[in-house]
Design a protein around this ligand. Sequence first.
Ligand code: HEM
Ligand code: ISQ
Length: 145
Amino acid sequence: GGFTEKQEALVNSSYEAFKANIPKHSVVFYTSILEKAPVAKTLFSFLANGVDPNNPNLTGHAEKLFALTRDSAVQLRAKGAVVADAALGSIHAQKGVTDPQFAVVKEAVLKTIKEAVGDKWSDELSNAWEVAYDELAAAIKKAYA
Ligand code: HEM
Ligand code: ISQ
């Protein structure tokens, strides 16, 4: 079936847990990405000096990505589909972002949310984030064609 009200609520409440300490959760997020894809350091100029939680560029980009994934869950619940800005597609096409890179960022999103929610983590919560992320990634990649 489609994305449920429960799934949307799980994403919303855990997004708030992320928002409650963005510098801390951003460190988890970028560290996870850099472990698996050191190339990220060259893709994002704000990582040049390492993972600095006091760099507003670094936290701002992370916040945006998590906010868009949360929006994706809201769109899935409201309309059963996700639409991404054409600009979002063209940026990623231009940078040549690949499927394996989308997978690395997804794993980092899940790891970050897991750490943010602590003992509220569950397979159901993980799955809701995965669906929201995968549908958003698919919407971004549509603009590549
Ligand atoms: C730029 C979101 C996946 C690499 C952007 C921007 C957004 C965004 C909103 C515009 C600049 C900003 O304000 O941050 C997303 C979302 C993703 C995703 C929602 C997944 C669903 C990826 C992946 C990569 C990537 C997997 C590669 C590892 C980039 C790069 C830029 C960018 C290199 C340009 C950064 C710059 O030079 O300012 N992305 N992104 N993105 N994204 Fe993504
Ligand atoms: C991908 N696109 C935009 C911003 C990002 C920040 C952190 C990790 C991946 C990203």
